[in-house]
Design a protein around this ligand. Structure first.
Ligand code: SF4
Ligand code: SF4
Length: 121
């Protein structure tokens, strides 16, 4: 049985960073991200609508940050979203995850117990 993702009651990164990626990831270019959900930010890149402004909030984020959130285009999300991992996923800290959470008053995710270094004799 796997543990639930910590992202399901967070969503901070989707409300903190500009989420940009190559326009070729848009559906009209053979990718997956719906074109109507992005804004062009330069000749080669687009950003999720809502993340290129202040306050930041991706147009595809549903729910309340820190309570319960989901992505309405999860299966179609960009590589930028897919490659952004929660801290300690596969044992690697993600300081950007920590920073996004901090911006909403959420504590950084803790290193899982099994990753603690053994105490030498
Ligand atoms: S800030 Fe970290 S824990 Fe929160 S949704 Fe993003 S990756 Fe997940
Ligand atoms: S597309 Fe989904 S995963 Fe990516 S920033 Fe928006 S809500 Fe978050």
């Amino acid at each position: 049985m796997s543990e639930a993702s910590p992202c399901l009651n967070c969503g901070a990164c989707c409300s903190h960073f500009r989420v940009s990626f190559f326009w070729g990831e848009c559906a009209s270019s053979g990718g997956t991200v719906p074109d109507e959900l992005v804004v062009q930010i330069n000749p080669t890149r687009v950003a999720m609508i809502g993340t290129d402004q202040k306050p930041v909030r991706c147009c595809s984020l549903e729910g309340e940050v820190g309570k319960g959130t989901s992505c309405s285009i999860y299966a179609q999300r960009s590589s930028t979203c897919r490659e952004f991992e929660a801290s300690w996923h596969e044992g690697v800290q993600n300081v950007d995850c920590d920073a996004a959470r901090a911006a909403f008053g959420l504590a950084p995710l803790e290193m899982p117990f099994e990753l603690d270094l053994p105490i030498s004799a």
